[in-house]
Design a protein around this ligand. Structure first.
Ligand code: MV4
Length: 449
């Protein structure tokens, strides 16, 4: 078991990891930028080290500064949280070379899954369905046109080094493909220092359904069911839930088996997420593997009763999974609402500032994961998520009612501060949401109307 770790992150996820450490008797060392100095969650850490100025590149993304902090604090391992250095294979390698355990998958696995074209090859090898398209990278316009003629339009051009919606472009005919292809290549080269692109059939308005995986270093791999993350805008998720209203028990079993098969093929260790697109006909396709703990992990914790962050720490300490697939017992329904300090009426512009009044909801079925409190100043340097509200009930209907009740209790007030709370309440009142009939186009269609 680990004795002392460093958390290379900030905000709610840093606090989430501190809590898991303390329940396991592990010491937690926090790091902070000067923008986060004085943040109350830092007091809960066993030690807190300033690593630099507000800019992420000189603090939370600065590998030498983080490694120095880890060496000074004498930790055995680093938890990267999500974002920042979480899926940086180079960072994982540097940790290993400094004899610091990286709490996540091996560097080679991060690298092979970070290349979306290679990840797709792994999926094919594992017998997991993928979207029809090119057999690996496409080097020339002529090859792209040939692939598109084979699968039919519309097609999507994706950067191998992209992911999470970055570096994608849709072409609905040969003219736009010829034009878009070269642009996609040069954009990929500029954004990711890798011009590699590949081509897929474009699946219109799919659902986004992802499976939570847990794998130990002894070859055990299980899944903990799915999360439906279809309510998103420009690849920023807003609401996530489990189970997905779109899955039958049979489809869940098949998709879960596919997710586990992929994780095995990839040599995955620790907590990860296998992302699928689900079309209207119930066909599912692997799209990528997220090699980290995700923002929305609490919905899985609520329906499975499994503490994913504790298992990340145990697995990194060499412990074997105590749970077999048949022991996984998914119960009830959970929904997460991301509470962001941003104004949906002003194109989601961030609204940093000082929180003067804060009322957090509570009562049965309510969990709030947040690092903020009254008097806290939301810095303008980082993403705008200030809290996650997770509601749980025996059924989806019950969870929605608890969500409406809890959102009604929630107050975040301060000069200039707006939040996503009113938008959440509007979404919960929409028939499409209540009926569970949403796809990845829902939120943008709603915002337009
Ligand atoms: C697609 C797609 C349609 N067809 N691939 C976006 C995020 C990245 N993980 C993959 N994404 C998509 N890939 C094919 N072949 C549509 C999306 C997509 C999407 C996927 C999941 C959640 C939200 C999305 C919003 C727009 C597009």
């Amino acid at each position: 078991m680990l004795r002392r770790i460093l958390i290379a992150n900030r905000g709610e996820i840093a606090l989430r990891v501190i809590r898991a450490c303390h329940e396991l008797g592990i010491e937690a060392v926090a790091v902070y930028s000067t923008a986060d100095r004085g943040s109350p969650y830092l007091d809960l850490a066993d030690e807190a080290i300033c690593i630099g100025p507000p800019e992420s590149a000189r603090s939370y993304l600065d590998i030498p500064r983080i490694i120095s902090a880890a060496e000074i604090a004498d930790v055995e391992a680093i938890h990267p949280g999500y974002g920042f250095l979480a899926e940086n294979a180079h960072f994982a390698e540097v940790c290993a070379s400094c004899n610091i355990q990286f709490i996540g998958p091996p560097a080679e696995v991060i690298a092979s899954c970070g290349n979306k074209s290679k990840a797709k090859d792994l999926a094919r090898q594992a017998g997991v369905p993928v979207v029809p398209g090119s057999d690996g990278p496409v080097d020339s316009v002529e090859e792209a046109v040939k692939v598109a003629r084979g699968i039919g339009y519309p097609v999507i051009i994706k950067a191998a080094a992209g992911g999470g919606g970055r570096g994608m472009r849709v072409a609905s005919n040969e003219v736009s493909l010829r034009h878009g292809f070269q642009q996609a290549q040069s954009e990929a080269a500029a954004a990711f220092k890798d011009p590699t692109v590949y081509i897929e059939k474009f699946v219109e308005n799919p659902r986004h359904v992802e499976f939570q995986i847990l794998a130990d270093a002894h070859g055990r791999v299980i899944h903990l069911g799915e999360r439906d993350c279809s309510i998103q805008r420009r690849h920023q998720k807003l609401i996530e839930e489990s189970p997905s209203p779109a899955l039958t028990p049979e489809l869940r079993e098949r998709m879960g088996e596919a997710a586990v098969a992929f994780a095995r093929e990839a040599g995955y260790v620790n907590a990860g997420t296998v992302e699928f697109l689900l079309d209207r006909e119930g066909n599912f396709y692997f799209i990528e593997l997220n090699a980290r703990i995700q923002v929305e992990h609490p919905v899985t914790e609520e329906v499975s009763g499994v503490d994913l962050v504790k298992w990340q720490l145990r697995v990194a300490g060499g412990e074997a999974l105590a749970l077999a697939q048949e022991d996984v017992d998914l119960q009830g329904h959970a929904i997460e609402f991301r509470i962001n300090a941003e104004n949906p009426e002003r194109n989601f512009a961030p609204t940093p500032g000082r929180i003067e009044q804060l009322v957090l909801p509570g009562g049965p079925g309510v969990r709030v994961d947040t690092h903020v409190c009254a008097g806290y100043t939301i810095p303008r340097h980082y993403d705008s998520m200030i809290a996650k509200l997770i509601v749980t009930g025996p059924t989806r209907e019950a969870a929605i009612r608890t969500g409406l009740r809890a959102l009604g209790e929630l107050r975040v007030e301060g000069p200039g501060i707006a939040t996503t709370v009113p938008l959440h309440r509007e979404i919960l009142a929409r028939a499409e949401f209540v009926n569970g009939q949403v796809d990845t186009g829902f939120l943008e269609r709603y915002l337009e109307s």
